[in-house]
Design a protein around this ligand. Structure first.
Ligand code: TXA
Ligand code: MG
Length: 317
């Protein structure tokens, strides 16, 4: 939160992870790669450290954060598992799935992480660098995506530096993220509810659960308060479901719809998810003022891609 300090770039080796863990132990902020996007980490037990996340991101309000731990046993120390939660954890952890569960009173998590809720969002990431950092640090790490509030999520260390250099202690450079969209969030405190489409397809979750996921109704209270309309926004305006660029537009293609850039020329949704945020960052770097985006099918990872694209296209506040 010292806007004039230098941000260290750590290599993803033993020395780099040791130094990054030291920043966390000192109450500082370190960005690190996960298989979904880069996270901006702080010690989840320290309110002073967690407050730094909100300051660095310029996040307007205290939205609850996801806590990252190295394994199921560490998660069990923080939250009370339900049978469906065990089923999902066994099938998809480590991985791009976040579970919302009742917070244990003895968990020791800062109330700034939960924003005062009685539940906690937890995830065991699959990325070897995230695993290495969690093990070197040895505690729970609160981490939202490592971008300024309202901007495009980062999938490389360069994206993190472009948005947050000088505002955070360091970033561990682990290359490009493989999945490319944030984790799927499921509330498993009761009947499973899909709070956010993400890196694990809803169809796969339903197959593992043996039951359909319910969706929060549009009029219900916002249970994932970070999920507000204008989010993931590039600088330019965004027009969805476009088959041709209009004059002045830069075209982002998919499959048979060619573009100046493409999410996936082959029409592969996994590849498109991996590329999504990098393409939006590229459009910003090109200075694109108006962006037309090809239609993307809604199944599998397409649900998460379309969710992010709709937010990018939403009116800016
Ligand atoms: O892939 C990801 O999930 C990335 C990487 C870094 O792990 N993290 C991420 O965090 O996307 P963030 O802060 O950008 O999104 C967290 C979402 C927010 O929409 C927040 O409202 C929701 O999780 N959330 C956190 N705790 C919650 C809770 N107890 N109940 C409901 N929603 C919660
Ligand atoms: Mg985010």
């Amino acid at each position: 939160d010292n806007a004039t300090s230098e941000t260290a770039v750590f290599l993803a080796d033993d020395a780099g992870l040791t130094n990054a863990a030291k920043v966390l132990s000192d109450g500082g902020l370190v960005a690190f790669p996960t298989e979904t996007v880069y996270g901006l980490g702080a010690d989840a037990r320290r309110s002073d450290a967690v407050a730094g996340i909100y300051a660095a991101k310029g996040r307007p309000s205290f939205n609850p954060l996801i806590v990252h731990v190295a394994d199921l046993a560490a998660a069990e120390a923080l939250v009370t598992f339900t049978p469906q939660a065990y089923r999902l954890a066994q099938a998809f952890w480590p991985g791009a799935l976040t579970l919302v569960l009742p917070l244990r009173p003895d968990a020791g998590i800062s109330t700034l992480v939960t924003a005062g809720l009685t539940t906690l969002a937890v995830r065991v990431p699959d990325h070897p660098v995230a695993q290495g950092l969690l093990r070197a640090f040895g505690g729970p790490v609160a981490a939202p995506s490592a971008n300024p509030s309202g901007r495009i999520s980062p999938t490389t260390a360069a994206h993190v530096m472009a948005g947050l250099a000088g505002r955070i202690g360091g970033v561990v450079d682990g290359g490009a993220c493989g999945v490319g969209v944030e984790s799927t969030i499921v509330d498993v405190t009761g009947d499973p509810v899909l709070l956010r489409a993400g890196g694990v397809a809803a169809e796969a979750l339903e197959a593992a659960l043996g039951q359909p996921l319910s969706r929060p109704s549009g009029t219900a209270a916002i249970t994932a308060p970070g999920m507000l309309a204008s989010h993931y926004a590039p600088q330019g305006t965004v027009r969805l479901d476009a088959t041709h660029a209009r004059p002045g537009e830069v075209m982002l293609g998919f499959g048979p719809v060619a573009g100046d850039l493409t999410l996936s020329a082959a029409g592969d949704l996994v590849e498109a998810a991996t590329n999504l945020f990098d393409r939006l960052h590229q459009l910003d770097a090109m200075g694109a003022q108006a962006i037309a985006v090809a239609p993307v099918p809604e199944h599998g990872l397409g649900a998460a891609i379309n969710d992010r694209l709709r937010r990018a296209a939403a009116p800016r506040s």
